[in-house]
Design a protein around this ligand. Structure first.
Ligand code: PEP
Length: 250
């Protein structure tokens, strides 16, 4: 049975005091019985604090990025071993904001995926098309290329360790959500692609999350789709009550 996962992408939000408050809100109100694996991704400066304060809870800590090299002259960067040492278990890789604003290429993302796996950090690997590609009917091809180029070099054993997040760029932070049917259609496409490149068994084991304006009001419907195994949540993960409602929707 593949895992259900709800991960919060906090982006460049929450200083230390705000991180403390948000984590308190989450830990105080998270129900005892949760079916999803829950992940939060504070900023680099707050990862250590988050891990120390969450280690007695079921909540995991993700970084929002990871560097592709082990160490060295990369001023301003953070290595995988540094992340691992402060309790990071997951890393968001290939978020559309990093692809777009920081020009992260498929080749770079492949190196980041490798580095993450080599350090036993689970990649939350994001893919998704922009609006013009969807309007031109090229969304399947875009997502196919993104997955193939950054992850299909992995062995089946390695690939099974990654989590895929489908995030149509036109739905991120815009309030426009893909319909449950649009999400299901793409998730099924991704699962079939994995089955073709690896096996049905591998494809069945991979959690594929949906991301893009998920809120308490639409989470249940999206999560009810058979190939949607949870969500990567941006804006709504910054409000403890909303994030908990989304977690409860699984
Ligand atoms: C995201 O940035 O990963 C995301 C899904 O954002 P939002 O939920 O705010 O659309």
């Amino acid at each position: 049975m593949r895992k259900k996962i709800v991960a919060g992408n906090w982006k460049m939000n929450c200083n230390l005091a705000e991180t403390k408050l948000l984590l308190e809100g989450l830990t105080q109100h998270l129900p005892n019985q949760i079916t999803a694996e829950v992940i939060v991704s504070p900023a680099f400066t707050n990862l250590h604090y988050a891990f120390e304060n969450l280690k007695e809870t079921p909540i995991h800590v993700a970084s929002q990025n990871i560097h592709e090299n082990d160490s060295g002259a990369f001023t301003g960067e953070i290595s995988a071993s540094m992340l691992k040492a402060v309790g990071v278990s997951h890393a968001i890789i290939g978020h559309s904001e990093r692809r777009e604003i920081y020009n992260e290429s498929d080749a770079l993302l492949q190196a980041k995926v490798n580095q993450s796996l080599a350090n036993e950090i689970t990649p939350l690997f994001c893919v998704g098309e922009k609006l013009p590609a969807r309007e031109a009917g090229q969304h399947f091809e875009v997502v196919k290329q993104q997955i193939e180029k950054a992850t299909f070099h992995l062995s089946a054993q390695e690939f099974k360790k990654i989590v895929v997040a489908y995030e149509p760029v036109w739905a991120i932070g815009t309030g426009k959500t893909a319909s449950p049917e649009q999400a299901q259609e793409m998730h099924k496409f991704i699962r079939d692609l994995i089955a073709q490149n690896y096996t049905e068994t591998v494809a069945d084991e991979i959690s594929i999350l949906y991301g893009g304006s998920v809120k308490p009001a639409n989470a249940k419907e999206i999560f009810s789709m058979p190939d949607v195994d949870g969500g990567l949540i941006g804006g709504a993960s910054l409000k403890a009550d909303d994030f908990i409602e989304i977690i409860k929707s699984i």
